[in-house]
Ligand binder design. Structure first.
Ligand code: GAP
Length: 540
């Protein structure tokens, strides 16, 4: 695949996307709308499968994560508290010559609309100075369109999780450390949407906010905070884990997830944010990248990759902001901490108190609170710690469903050219999706369409498996053509009902079918009664 992943590969993928119904341009019949995309029948199934995999992995298969499904429009105060109203902007420049608007930090990559052989930076157009452009889509709630009715389409799903943190804590049987997961739409008025669906204006996020105890609390309870090796999975979560262990754990868990849905580690890249790139409240952020065909290359000519997901250790910033802006407490009471604190030597108490005080004061002053007020509040917070109270810290693995769908499509794309006896060549596309995320899990074919016994049996097989997976029944054309159609859709398995299935060659093959594997064309015979379990172990 590596050599095929060239620039024109993207063109082939975009064309297949439309031809086979993975992705269409939104509002295409009216000329489209830049930065918006629709998913066709195969794309909708693909996206549904990958979101289901994420949801199951992140919530249902874990004891320590619960779900949330919040609204897109929320109180505008949420976006003041989160900082989006004041700082969620990109630098934008206008070109007075072509009237285009571009992200100032990307003008060396974006082609000039009038002279695409040149990038915007090098074209002759007269450009303005960069100015900040807020990416939030604005709307009005209610019939009066004045300032008091302004609201925003959420630019991320995360903030609803913070805003509902207390409700979830009070209404479910969860205790820190625990997480809240959400999948949903997010909207950003990107200055320059590009690279197919990669940077869109409407997209879906899959976000987890995993709340943990501050390191000072861990140290008070367990004597010290666990140290973890710099690389690799730190193993099963332990009670003495601090933010570093949890952060590393989530980075590795997320890589495992990608591997589990068919993106091998070598297709991924990693970017560890530098201190200059990190937000003032963040302790560490690791971006997981996928090496898209349109990714930039490094000095060795290797694809560097583009961000699929960021995993951030965000300290206690988010809950602290919502506590300050809403006036509602976001702290939790930890009886283990309270009991442990009383048993600590005075020196240790003083040391932990001071470190917690300093961290809280740093957050408060960086957030604009005056020095004196910050000291007073930080003293209260540190006194609270001594009584078993703290604001949880958070580790945030935040992924984009649409970027992942695009990565899976790029990764699955494979073509092979065959030449027949007459020298006629045909290039055939196979979408090698992992069975877990393949849009269609199984194709079911009767060998011949004009044999009612075969058709009846094939429909029985379809109906037997339909409650368990997405099955596609096809009786049109030669079997080879039917396989080829399913290969292009990425269907990992196809079964054919033939005369052996009906028992015409003897009882031993009665009620068995031929199962064909997409990637190597291998065929095997399986009893219909075993099909469901055979398939379920491979698609779940
Ligand atoms: N709550 C943290 C947050 O929103 P982000 O890095 O801005 O962080 C997280 O977004 C993920 O959302 C990205 O890694 C990406 O997968 C996806 N995403 C962000 N902007 C996007 C866009 N314009 N189009 C498609 N996906 C996007």
């Amino acid at each position: 695949m590596a050599e095929a992943k060239t620039a024109d590969l993207m063109e082939k993928i975009v064309s297949l996307g439309k031809r086979r119904g993975f992705i269409y341009q939104s509002s295409e019949i009216y000329g489209g709308i830049n930065g918006f995309w629709d998913y066709g029948p195969l794309g909708a199934e693909l996206k549904r499968s990958l979101k289901e995999q994420w949801w199951n992995t992140m919530t249902r298969e874990r004891e320590d994560v619960v779900g949330l499904d919040a609204t897109i429009i929320m109180s505008p105060k949420i976006w003041e508290a989160s900082g989006h109203v004041s700082t969620f902007s990109d630098p934008m420049i206008d070109c007075k010559t072509c009237k285009g608007r571009f992200r100032a930090d990307q003008i060396d990559e974006i082609p000039c609309p009038q002279k695409p052989s040149k990038c915007v930076k090098d074209c002759h157009g007269e450009k303005t100075e960069p100015r900040a452009f807020n990416l939030m889509f604005q709307t009005y709630v209610g019939p009066v369109q004045d300032d008091s009715a302004v609201a925003y389409l959420r630019p991320e799903t995360a903030q609803a999780i913070f805003a509902q943190f207390k409700n979830v804590l009070d209404s479910s049987r969860v205790k820190v450390p625990f997480g809240i997961a959400q999948i949903g739409k997010a909207f950003r008025n990107e200055v320059t949407p590009r690279n197919y669906t990669f940077r869109s204006r409407e997209f879906e996020q899959m976000e987890l906010e995993f709340f943990i105890k501050p390191d000072e609390a861990i140290e008070a309870i367990h004597g010290s905070v666990a140290t973890v090796p710099a690389m690799g999975h730190p193993g099963e979560p332990q009670p003495n884990w601090g933010w570093q262990a949890w952060h590393q754990y989530w980075v590795e868990e997320r890589v495992r997830f990608y591997e589990g849905i068919g993106l091998p580690r070598q297709t991924l890249g990693f970017h560890i944010q530098t201190p200059e790139e990190l937000a003032h409240y963040a302790r560490a952020t690791v971006d997981i990248l996928y090496k898209f065909p349109f990714s930039k290359r490094d000095e060795k000519g290797e694809l560097k990759g583009e961000e699929l997901e960021g995993i951030a250790a965000r300290s206690d910033f988010d809950l602290s902001q919502h506590a300050r802006f809403s006036g509602k407490p976001m702290g939790v009471f930890d009886d283990e901490l309270r009991a442990a604190w009383g048993k600590l030597p005075k020196e240790k108490q003083d040391d932990l108190w001071r470190r917690y005080f300093e961290n809280r004061k740093k957050y408060l002053t960086k957030s604009g609170v005056e020095n004196e007020a910050a000291s007073k509040q930080a003293t209260e917070d540190a006194n609270g710690l001594a009584k078993g109270q703290y604001i949880p810290h958070v580790i945030e693995p935040s992924a984009g469903a649409d970027r992942l769908a695009l990565a899976l499509i790029c990764n699955a794309y494979s073509e092979a050219t065959e030449t027949d006896d007459k020298g006629k060549s045909e290039t055939r596309v196979t979408m090698k999706f992992h069975p877990r995320i393949a849009p269609i899990k199984l194709g079911v074919f009767p060998l011949l369409k004009n044999k009612p016994e075969l058709v009846k049996k094939a429909l029985e097989v379809r109906d037997l498996l339909r409650p368990w997976m997405n099955v596609f029944y096809d009786d049109g054309g030669a079997i080879g053509r039917r396989y080829a159609r399913q290969d292009e859709a990425g269907t990992p398995f196809c079964v054919t009902v033939d005369f052996d299935t009906l028992g015409e060659k003897g009882p031993e093959l009665k009620d068995t079918v031929t199962l064909r594997h997409r990637d190597d064309g291998r065929q095997e015979r399986l009893p219909i009664s075993e099909l469901r379990d055979w398939l379920l172990t491979r698609i779940r």
